[in-house]
Write a protein that binds this ligand. Structure first.
Ligand code: 3PG
Length: 211
């Protein structure tokens, strides 16, 4: 499986904020113990690149990507750190073009027809939909998918364990993302058993594994 296929297969992309690089590997191990093999470490903290680098080096079983990539400078940092996929909350053509030229899968955020058409013009069909709870959730994505037949969404924002089955059984949903299975509080306070338990519950709830 290529990287995007692995993300679709796993169905769940934890959105992870690492405040202290020492917490990156234990968080990744806690997710792995719970059966989650994908994680998005966000560029919302100064140690994001180091956290990605640590996980990429020390835990080869984990597919680690960079999230909240807003600029080409961050794009370069994420790539150098070893991010295997990139997620951005919005569509920036410079960022998208950079990753396409580097051959790294990029999932930009697109919630309007115009943004989706920008992504399609670059050949991208797997798109983040953020914040999903604000921009209309499943009904909005269903309407957009009726027009943009090739597009599949990765919604994030306000999604939790209770949404897994309903979202992942829709043909226009590729995967779902969110911070509910490893919250900043659990990471900072070292509650890695709880992260493993939430990851296990989530991975066992994924209704399909054959993408
Ligand atoms: C994201 O970056 O995708 C969101 O911040 C995740 O949203 P959540 O915290 O509501 O899961």
């Amino acid at each position: 499986m290529n990287v995007l296929e692995q993300i679709g297969h796993s169905g769940i992309v934890p959105v992870v904020v690492i405040q202290d690089v020492a917490q990156a590997v234990p968080t990744a191990l806690a997710l792995l113990d719970g059966g989650i093999r994908t994680m998005e470490i966000t560029f919302r903290t100064p140690c994001a690149a180091d956290a990605i680098r640590a996980v990429a080096r020390e835990i080869p079983e984990m597919l680690v990507g960079a999230g909240t990539v807003l600029t080409v400078d961050q794009a370069v940092l994420a790539q150098e750190a070893g991010a295997q996929f990139i997620v951005s909350p919005g569509y920036d053509d410079h960022v998208v073009a950079y990753y396409i030229s580097e051959g790294i899968p990029v999932i930009p955020g697109c919630v309007t027809p115009t943004e989706i058409m920008s992504a399609l013009s670059r050949g991208l069909t797997i798109l983040k939909f953020f914040p999903a709870n604000i921009y209309g959730g499943l009904p909005a994505m269903r309407s957009l998918a009726g027009v943009f037949r090739d597009v599949r969404f990765v919604p994030t924002g306000g999604i939790g364990a209770e949404d897994i089955e309903n979202y992942l059984t829709q043909p226009y949903i590729f995967a779902i993302g969110g911070s509910w299975l490893c919250t900043s509080a659990d990471i900072v306070e070292g509650r890695f058993d709880r992260i493993t338990e939430l990851a296990r519950q989530a991975s066992e709830s994924v209704p399909r594994t054959d993408l």
